[in-house]
Write a protein that binds this ligand. Structure first.
Ligand code: GLU
Length: 495
């Protein structure tokens, strides 16, 4: 059996779009599921849209997401390199290959030189619009003889090469998601294959590369579906086997509109910088447009590889719901290796000024406990800075009326007194202290249950809900607890 080979073929026009990451993911999952190979090819033939540094960014995003490919374009020591037996994998390095096939198509009579100026093409399009026709090339240069065309080229005239589609012929193909599709050539343009700058168009390059690179399954966004008939015709005249087509539904937002940069929800790098876990984003993205056979929602990459199939890709738009993503990511955060999570959280804590290099060196366990204590309540890591804020300001403000009223209970002064007495006995708060302290205050004051725990929590944090009291005490330490108690006494209990 032929080896399964899939490719992700982004154009380096900027950041990696969240929809692009999903396309890469489905390619990867299927390649791994089938024991096949996955290839990263860079499609940079549209020079006007090329963005410096975009290749590096794309690769960085894929690496971050844990999507590994076997061949193609990599970054090594900060440099773009290529690996694999089917290279080059960057289209701008394959111009001589495309030229060879353009010449062949011309020779066969399946393509022709076209000299029409932009002005003429604009005019034709205007006329067609006025007549209510779908704009397409009118075939003006189709009947030029090869000799005449070559003569004009030798005289230096600008030209493009177009595909010569037969008139009124049905082109049929099958898409795994959309089923059988038939389109008549009357509804398709004589596509430009080679541009006047000597670069092929996407349509030419994609067919040649997919064939020469042995691609068996083409998995990409549905915006390319309408181009498939042209590609199928090219495969046919070149005498090549047609690969399996899988066109994925567009990733939409909750209003069923395309994701837009304006809403800040499209660039993978934005999710990286907010501190989403690659595991969380990948898990959620897999479910945008695909569903497993059971109703499992939390997946590791390994589990996704096992469960994935194209048969369960939806026909219509996958909805990208940020709340659902947050739920999935929060789940991964709660189950993440704590040291790893701490490592990821440190830059955010440092950036926000809560910790410095010395803390990182000398108080690592303290930082780790802080991360452990608040991880329950965060959906992505940058949220940690809001959550740890309670540990850094000793001027406690009760969060609301309810919290304030808890401080006003008549038992509160005695509780805080007893707490201070206990603190006098120790050097620093440790596990033994945090474990026994509430019992000892209870014994000293006779107050227990909610009446004991709620005012203590409010006195230490200002909030009536939050992480474990024992962890809070450990993180605060003796001096901060004392300072907080005194501040509460001074500002809320006097008078
Ligand atoms: N270069 C195209 C893009 O950026 C790839 C389309 C395809 O996968 O054939 O979307």
């Amino acid at each position: 059996m032929k080896q399964v080979r899939l490719r992700f073929a982004p154009s380096p026009t900027g950041y990696l779009h969240i929809g692009g990451l999903r396309t890469a993911l489905y390619n990867y999952l299927f390649a791994k599921h089938s024991g096949g190979k996955f290839i990263l090819r860079i499609e940079d033939t549209d020079r006007s849209r090329y963005v410096e540094g975009a290749i590096e960014d794309l690769i960085e995003s894929l690496n971050w997401a844990g999507i590994k490919y076997d061949e193609g374009v990599f970054i090594e020591d900060g440099k773009v390199v290529e690996r694999g037996d089917y290279g080059p994998y960057i289209q701008s390095k394959r111009l001589d290959i495309y030229q060879k096939y353009v010449d062949l198509l011309i020779e066969q009579g399946d393509a022709y030189y076209c000299f029409c100026s932009k002005d003429r093409l604009d005019e034709v399009r205007e006329e067609q619009k006025v007549k209510g026709l779908i704009p397409k090339y009118d075939g003006f240069c189709r009947s030029l003889s090869l000799d005449e065309a070559r003569e004009r080229i030798s005289e230096g005239e600008e030209y493009v090469v177009r595909l010569k589609l037969p008139h009124n012929r049905d082109i049929k193909f099958h898409d795994v998601v959309r089923g059988d599709i038939t389109i008549n050539t009357e509804d398709i343009d004589d596509q430009v294959l080679l541009k006047s700058d000597g670069y092929p168009t996407y349509h030419m390059a994609v067919v040649i590369d997919d064939h020469l690179m042995g691609i068996t399954h083409i998995v990409r966004g549905e915006e390319w579906l309408s181009s498939v008939p042209k590609h199928v015709y090219l495969y046919e005249v070149l005498g090549w086997d047609i690969p399996v087509f899988v066109h994925l539904p567009t990733v939409l937002n909750k209003d069923r509109k395309k994701l837009s940069k304006r809403h800040g929800d499209v660039a993978v790098e934005d999710f990286m910088s907010k501190g989403y876990l690659p595991e969380g984003l990948i898990n959620y993205l897999a479910l945008v447009g695909w569903s497993p056979e059971n109703n499992q929602e939390i997946f590791s990459m390994e589990e996704l590889i096992k469960a994935f199939s194209f048969e369960r890709v939806a026909k219509t738009g996958g909805i990208f719901d940020i709340n659902k993503l947050n739920w999935v990511n929060g789940h991964h955060i709660r189950n993440y290796d704590l040291d790893e999570l701490t490592r990821l959280a440190i830059p955010y804590l440092k950036e926000a000024g809560y910790i410095d290099d010395r803390d990182i060196k000398e108080k690592y366990n303290w930082i780790k406990t802080m991360v452990e204590t608040v991880r329950e309540g965060i959906s992505y890591i940058s949220e940690i800075t809001e959550k740890v804020d309670i540990f850094f300001n000793n001027k406690i403000e009760p969060e609301d009326e309810n919290a304030l009223s808890m401080l006003k209970g008549q038992q509160v002064p005695a509780i805080l007194d007893a707490f201070k007495e206990e603190l006098k006995e120790i050097e620093e708060v440790d596990e033994e202290f945090t474990k026994g302290i509430m019992k000892r205050i209870q014994r000293a004051t006779g107050v227990k249950g909610k009446d004991l725990f709620m005012p203590t929590r409010v006195a230490l944090t200002g909030n009536s809900h939050g992480p474990e009291l024992t962890s809070i005490m450990y993180i605060l330490g003796k001096q901060n607890i004392l300072a907080r108690i005194e501040y509460i006494e001074e500002n809320f209990l006097k008078g």
